[in-house]
Design a protein around this ligand. Structure first.
Ligand SMILES: [Fe+2]
Length: 241
């Protein structure tokens, strides 16, 4: 599938501009440094003036970390999702929410997928973790329990992860980065924030239909990668023991 750029309407552009400008400003003192740096670095292809063109974003990503965007119609089967991640491809939809639903989404749209997920794929360490997650997912795709554990890991890191910043907790999860309400809620509503713990996360169920009430805070992207590598080793030993 390709991004049918000619199909975007003036309302799409307006929605993109509203969302992008509001959230870029809002995140300056909330998102992690790697995200803010990446957003600046990608400005040529990712800005408030145009609905992003995936070919420009791909040029930036491929040059930096070898990643690219794969257009998908919506949510895809987990096997396909892991396979794409393993191949350094991030699946993204191309539609944008209507103006009347600026802050309510039933399924991820392009603002979530692109503004929330893509910038951090410019960061080597973060990108390695995402790729490793795909790799482990593909390797253990026949093991339902492991697949569920990896989905929980994905949820509490790539979607809703927090990271320790210099002076306060910062955001790196795409679900929070792309939500005006939730990115403010982290600081205004004092949700429960636990230190990153791999074993608790893989046993922690989550809900997709509410604002999260529990988050995990990592020390670094390296910590994420290392914990997943350990898990992979452990599973591999079990499998071939
Ligand atoms: Fe997402």
């Amino acid at each position: 599938m390709k991004q049918a750029y000619e199909n975007y309407t003036p309302e799409d552009l307006e929605v993109w501009q509203l969302l992008f400008s509001r959230q870029q400003k809002n995140l300056q003192d909330k998102a992690c440094k790697a995200y803010i740096d990446a957003l600046n670095e990608m400005e040529w292809g990712l800005n408030m003036n145009e609905v992003p063109r995936f070919e420009k974003l791909n040029e930036l990503l491929l040059n930096k970390t070898g990643w690219s965007i794969e257009v998908v119609p919506g949510l895809i089967p987990v096997e396909d999702f892991f396979l794409l991640l393993k191949d350094k491809k991030f699946s993204a939809s191309t539609w944008l929410r209507p103006k009347a639903q600026l802050d309510y989404l039933e399924e991820p749209d392009m603002f979530h997928d692109i503004f929330g997920h893509i910038p951090l794929l410019m960061d080597e360490e973060y990108a390695s973790f995402a790729q490793k997650l795909g790799e482990v997912g593909v390797k253990f795709i026949d093991n339902k329990e492991v697949v569920l554990q990896l989905q929980r890991l994905y949820w509490f890191t790539i979607e809703f992860g927090l990271i320790k910043g210099k002076s306060k907790t910062e955001i790196y999860g795409a679900g929070i980065l792309s939500s005006f309400g939730e990115s403010n809620g982290i600081y205004d509503t004092s949700p429960e924030i636990k230190p990153y713990n791999f074993s608790s996360i893989i046993n922690q169920p989550f809900r997709t239909d509410i604002i999260q009430t529990l988050y995990f805070e990592i020390e670094s992207f390296e910590q994420l990668y290392d914990s997943l590598t350990e898990f992979d080793k452990h599973l591999t030993q079990l499998k071939y023991a």
